[in-house]
Design a protein around this ligand. Sequence first.
Ligand SMILES: *Cc1c(COP(=O)(O)O)cnc(C)c1O
Length: 372
Amino acid sequence: MSDFIPVNVPVLGEQERENLVECVETGWVSSGGAFVSEFEEEMAARVDRQHGIAVANGSAALDVAVRALDLDPGAEVILPTFTIISCASAVVRAGATPVLADCDPETWNMTANQVAEKITPRTEAIMVVHIYGLPVDMEPIMALADEHDLHVIEDAAEVHGQTYHDYPCGSFGDLSTFSFYPNKHITTGEGGMVVTDDDDLAERCRSLRNLCFQSERRFVHEEMGWNYRMSNVQAALGVAQLERLDEVVEKKRAIGRRYDELLSDVPGIQQPLPATDYAENIYWVYGLVLDDHVPFDAAEAMDRLDDQRIGTRPFFWPMHEQPVFREQGLFEHDRHPVAERIARRGFYVPSGLALTNEQIETVADAVRSLMT
Ligand SMILES: *Cc1c(COP(=O)(O)O)cnc(C)c1O
């Protein structure tokens, strides 16, 4: 029997090893080490931002970014329902109110029209999340934000190296966030970053990630922060990984294109959009959505692929259907039909950087036999 094909395996190399050895040999393993600021500077520069603030993970980056905006209690923040819980929990933990928008059935991204419908006098921010490798159509969203004087947070955790027109994802709005979890385009094991052009916001983020220690009287606190610091060991990986980013994007696109070809005539499934007028997909993951007439759902498809030793993951489960939020009285009357449908009909197949051509063909064959 052939080996199991996991959804993702990270690729680490010689430079990563050398940087880690340097951490061990110099003893610099805490957040005080030089790789941290080097990674912050290089990552910020890569997305045309003035400041990078490295943190423990992508969820921490969202916590810090939302808190840094100092929203009024109960202020509304519009975000997609089709995303990871970290986005909504950051809003709730900052004492603001998450307001959800549905997504587009083709790009799986929240649209400006869907955002516009949710704007009220209490809205103070929009949290944009680029889903699965295609960016959100930013121009009309930035125009809305301008018109209504709203903050914008951009969650770019799934789009390192992606651009919107010619602008890097991670360069939009007041603050952008990244994750460097091993399934992201580049990894630090666990890790994240906030990037911004605003000096004051950068200062606030640095303080929030470091327990809000004060420089004058260190152990006197005017605000509660977190210990969300990134270690030098993580940043050592990040510096090496960042050098590979272009190569990674190229490889992910090649994997996506190969699946596109191999699956193009398979009935009953929707493939990811290869491109829009503003971007080419970088296929953070390769998602598939079962057509409505297919007599089984994503859970069953994933079970059957698992029987063929192929790893998969379900699509995000919508925020308005999360028990933890419903118990808090949130989203009681929300209906978001697109997100509800793709959550039940969508899953993604292996697309990690270590995937071989042969494995791609094995996966495609298995999907074909599932559907025919
Ligand atoms: C992965 C991810 C996060 C969370 O990052 P962690 O490092 O796992 O905490 C946040 N937002 C999006 C869109 C993600 O894909």
